[in-house]
Design a binder for this molecule. Structure first.
Ligand SMILES: Cc1cc2nc3c(=O)[nH]c(=O)nc-3n(C[C@H](O)[C@H](O)[C@H](O)COP(=O)(O)OP(=O)(O)OC[C@H]3O[C@@H](n4cnc5c(N)ncnc54)[C@H](O)[C@@H]3O)c2cc1C
Ligand code: SF4
Ligand code: SF4
Ligand code: SF4
Length: 377
């Protein structure tokens, strides 16, 4: 669905008239910010900092880029999918050229990763074959255990420290600015589905002065049902309620109806119901579980323990995956449709989309107009 020109003009006018205030009023105060970090990446004055949410740290000059490039102002998923693949797929998981389960063979990487290590191992392979000169990922704050922070990696040996999953916001897209300043031109972007939408917005509706759209070589979306507020989940629930010191947590994982928290000697189960009280508000209108606008998608559901479920959606992605497999980077398994195979991913996708539509309807009743044309009512 193409976006009407007058709608783009309306946002552009508002953004230039009110600058950062328009980002606050249209996105942040309406509780639809996904925390992607795009506004920080595109701000020429460098006065936006995104932690959980964007924050103005200096003088805004009303250029308007932050609202114009925000994927939650105007953006059409269907249009982006049409541009990327030539059509909008009727499959709930989107366009997929290759689907496969992979597990990295390298022992050092295996020990550090969340599932099968597809993300970290593929990035390493892409660096070593000069396919990329930088990777946009998420690292961990040195002073706050389990607090994710966006990170730009420029060499393969920096990747290990970024492996694994943190279930709170990491504004990955923000570090595209640092990548541009360093003159990097072949970037891989790892992000949640909302962050891959941000990349497509930058590419499909570019502001020329921003200068980011041609630097991205490929994107990897990681499956996502929801993100959680760091203070609520990690401090309020894990640390304070379940008495687990965060610096002792070695891994976290979502399995079935629980969030699992591992320490050296223990495994603590926190019911997802409880964690969902700390679900990020902006996630409630998000319909995309697997990242259908990405080159690659990777997640846990769909393949067995220790494997990543991987979709290569574009032709270059399919070739890169094939080369990495042919070069012996991964063990592979076939993905089956029936449970516990892709049927679960489909179930989670459909559940997420239904929930997003319900929430969007509630929001529209409360505070018209909102940029929800992407959800099919
Ligand atoms: C908030 C969240 C919710 C998720 N929910 C599900 C789910 O419901 N079902 C499912 O199957 N999979 C889910 N995943 C994905 C899963 O946890 C793994 O990230 C995925 O399977 C890839 O595993 P891997 O071994 O290939 O990744 P690894 O090689 O370990 O690499 C993981 C990559 O993810 C990046 N990353 C880590 N945390 C974040 C973050 N908070 N934001 C952005 N990037 C990050 C790291 O920088 C790293 O590059 C979720 C991930 C996140 C971050
Ligand atoms: S200067 Fe920065 S904060 Fe102000 S409108 Fe431009 S992008 Fe937004
Ligand atoms: S959705 Fe992304 S670009 Fe929009 S306000 Fe939030 S962090 Fe900034
Ligand atoms: S649920 Fe959607 S908006 Fe929230 S972090 Fe995941 S992909 Fe982003």
């Amino acid at each position: 669905m193409e976006i009407a020109k007058d709608e783009i003009l309306q946002y552009t006018w508002l953004a230039r008239e009110e600058g950062y205030t328009s980002l606050e009023h249209e996105i942040i105060f309406k509780d639809i910010c996904s925390g992607c970090g795009t506004c920080a990446a595109v701000c020429p004055e460098d006065v936006i900092n995104v932690g959980e949410f964007p924050r103005l740290t200096g003088k805004c000059t009303n250029c308007g880029y932050c609202l114009i490039q925000c994927p939650r102002s105007y953006f059409s998923r269907d249009e982006a999918e049409q541009l990327l693949f030539g059509s909008v797929s009727k499959d709930s998981l989107g366009h997929i050229r290759t689907k496969i389960g992979v597990a990295v063979k390298d022992g050092e990487i295996k020990d550090a990763v969340q599932d099968g290590g597809f993300v970290t191992a593929l990035l390493k392979y892409a660096f070593e074959h000069d396919i990329i000169d930088g990777a946009v990922v998420s690292g961990v704050d040195r002073n706050n255990p389990w607090q994710p922070v966006p990170k730009l990696v420029t060499a393969p040996d920096e990747l290990i420290s970024t492996a694994g999953t943190r279930y709170s916001n990491s504004a990955n897209i923000a570090v595209l600015k640092e990548a541009k300043e360093k003159g990097l031109e072949n970037l891989a972007v790892v992000g949640l589905p909302c962050q891959i939408e941000a990349v497509r917005k930058i590419q499909n509706y570019p502001v020329e002065e921003v200068g980011l759209k041609d630097r991205i070589k490929f994107t990897i979306a990681i499956f996502c049902s929801s993100n959680f507020m760091y203070d609520g989940l990690m401090i309020g629930i894990v640390q304070n309620k379940y008495n687990v010191p965060l610096d002792e947590v070695t891994k976290m994982d979502i399995k079935g109806k629980n969030i699992l928290v591992f320490t050296k000697g223990e495994r603590i189960e926190i019911p997802l119901e409880e964690a969902y009280k700390e679900k990020r508000e902006g996630c409630k209108i998000c319909p995309d579980f697997t990242g259908r606008l990405s080159d690659f998608s990777a997640g846990a559901v769909g393949s067995g323990k220790g494997y990543s479920t991987v979709f290569a959606r574009t032709k270059p992605a399919e070739e890169l995956l094939k080369n990495a497999i042919d070069d012996g980077i991964f063990e592979t398994v076939e993905l089956k449709e029936e449970k516990p195979g892709l049927a679960i991913a489909r179930f989670l996708q459909e559940k997420k989309e239904k929930g997003a539509i319900k929430k969007a309807r509630e929001k529209i009743k409360e505070e018209l107009p909102l940029p929800f044309r992407n959800l099919k009512f």
